[in-house]
Design a binder for this molecule. Structure first.
Ligand code: DAH
Length: 344
């Protein structure tokens, strides 16, 4: 039995993986005909006087092989674990992790393209505050206290009383910057003011409660409606292609006289599709409001409307972005969904 033990233990030392160990277990301790199992079974074939000591020795052999097996299995697990942490932790054959690149938001891209178009025509960029005084947002652009536009715009007021009244708000448009620019500059003026505006609107496919605008203002001697048309026509061609047509409709804005809305010829259906989602079959897409600066505003700036005239315009940038890419819902822009944003 000592010889058997030696043989078994040396075979176990040679078993260097889980399969070899299992084969060893079946050979020596297997329940059907393992060598030690058979040995134990042969107890009753032994001469009567040797049976007891034979049985005890065989049992001891079985137990020592069982504990040697457990020890060997444990040892092998440790070696495997060690190999895992030293070799696999630095697997130089693994492909690298991709570094995702960000990009500009489609509205930012469009805003920058619009700004560039006007810069190329000699306009400079100015900025104004998003939290604005009532006197700039409304009074200064001829929207008095009782004017319906104040309700129409569902103004978001800042809840702070000044002289017993709320007088600060999130600006509803960039037009207050017409007044701000004229306060700190002298003609000739060619300025654009990009920025965010806020209206407490129920959102739908074409309305968001936050929007981006560019205000434009030119004041000089001898500025005429044809200058406004030329600048906006050039803008439309730069953004929407060289063969664009534009049309002006009369419209009313308190701060300009006359006031207009400008539309582009529909570059999706070219006016041929009565069910076109972009122009609704009219062939024209409204893209901005504009007009000749009201003489009263020129006079309030101290320039003298007998000498100076000017034009102003306001463009909704989300609108431009919707049109140039044929996007069907403005709410996609601010849903922060990369499946949408990464397409631009
Ligand atoms: N402020 C107007 C709005 O938010 C847009 C606008 C219209 C601006 C006509 C102008 C303009 O400068 O002349 O709806």
């Amino acid at each position: 039995m000592d010889e058997l033990r030696e043989e078994a233990l040396s075979a176990l030392r040679d078993a260097s993986d889980a399969d070899a160990i299992e084969r060893w277990r079946v050979e020596w301790l297997g329940r059907a005909d393992g060598r030690v199992t058979s040995l134990l079974r042969s107890v009753r074939e032994q001469p009567q006087e040797q049976r007891a000591s034979f049985g005890a020795n065989a049992n001891a052999l079985k137990q020592s092989l069982e504990s040697a097996l457990a020890a060997r299995q444990e040892e092998l697990r440790r070696v495997q674990l060690e190999a895992l942490t030293t070799t696999s932790a630095l697997d130089v054959t693994l492909p690298g992790r991709p570094q995702e690149l960000g990009r500009l938001h489609p509205v930012t891209q469009t805003l920058r393209d619009c700004i560039r178009a006007f810069e190329e025509m000699g306009f400079r960029v100015a900025e104004g505050p998003e939290v604005e005084w009532e006197k700039y947002n409304f009074d200064g652009v001829r929207i008095p206290q009782d004017h319906p536009a104040r309700d129409m715009w569902d103004t978001i007021w800042v809840d702070k009383l000044v002289d017993g009244r709320r007088q600060m708000l999130l600006r509803t448009h960039t037009s207050p910057n017409q007044v701000r620019v004229m306060e700190r500059m002298e003609p000739p003026i060619r300025v654009i003011v990009p920025g965010k505006c806020y209206r407490q609107e129920a959102t739908d496919a074409t309305h968001e409660w936050m929007l981006t605008q560019i205000e434009g203002l030119a004041v000089d001697e001898g500025i005429r409606m044809s200058d406004l048309k030329g600048v906006l026509y050039e803008f439309a061609r730069k953004l929407f292609g060289a063969d664009r047509k534009i049309i002006f409709h009369h419209s009313y804005f308190p701060f300009v006289e006359p006031g207009v809305e400008m539309a582009l010829d529909c570059f999706i259906c070219r006016g041929s599709d009565p069910s076109c989602a972009t122009c609704h079959g009219t062939g024209w897409i409204e893209i901005l409001g504009a007009g000749m600066v009201h003489p009263e505003i020129i006079d309030n700036a101290g320039y003298g409307s007998d000498r100076y005239t000017g034009f102003a315009f306001g463009i909704g940038i989300e609108r431009v972005a919707l049109l140039r890419w044929g996007i069907e819902d403005i709410r996609h822009f601010y849903a922060n969904d990369l499946r949408f944003l990464s397409q631009f």
